[in-house]
Write a protein that binds this ligand. Structure first.
Ligand SMILES: [Zn+2]
Length: 166
């Protein structure tokens, strides 16, 4: 079964270029999708991050991928333009079966919402700013999750409408 789910991560690289936060977030999200056999993971640097992902999962007791789940890494269309040419064929959503017409640039839709909080978060301590931004992103995640059916219905209706009249 092919399924799709959208999760929004703000991945901060700590101590250089580690993937611990992304690995943990992805594994937690995948845990909610047990039963799906194919999952497409869209991430701005999936071409680098996915290289040793299964090795890290295997060697880290807190990381798990549901059994019989196949993961397909993809890079969003906006970010893919800044990658090396060989990434295009391997990680473009254009060539991944089941991806449809996704752009894979979900997190960027949050930027305008986060901009509104900039005037208050810029005067906060680093910890308070991080906590506030996390709460805002959690709220946006929650609102998008509960509104997903409505968005999907709207998209399908718009598509049907466009096909019917044009
Ligand atoms: Zn790349």
């Amino acid at each position: 079964m092919l399924g799709s789910a959208y999760f929004y991560f703000c991945n901060q690289q700590l101590n250089g270029f580690r993937y611990v936060n992304m690995d943990y977030g992805i594994c937690q999200a995948l845990g909610f999708m047990a039963g799906l056999t194919t999952v497409i993971i869209m991430y701005d640097i999936a071409c680098q991050w996915f290289v040793n992902f299964h090795k890290r999962v295997k060697t880290t007791p807190t990381l798990h991928v549901p059994k019989d789940m196949s993961l397909t890494p993809a890079v969003g269309k906006f970010h893919l333009g800044a990658h090396i040419d060989s990434c295009f064929a391997l990680f473009s959503l254009n060539f991944i079966q089941g991806a449809g017409q996704l752009d894979g640039e979900i997190i960027e839709t949050l930027w305008s919402l986060l901009d509104r909080s900039a005037s208050s978060t810029r005067v906060m301590s680093a910890a308070a700013r991080q906590e506030t931004i996390d709460k805002i992103m959690n709220d946006v995640n929650w609102r998008k999750t509960v509104g997903m059916g409505e968005i999907t219905l709207h998209c399908h209706c718009s598509h049907l409408y466009a096909n019917f009249y044009f």
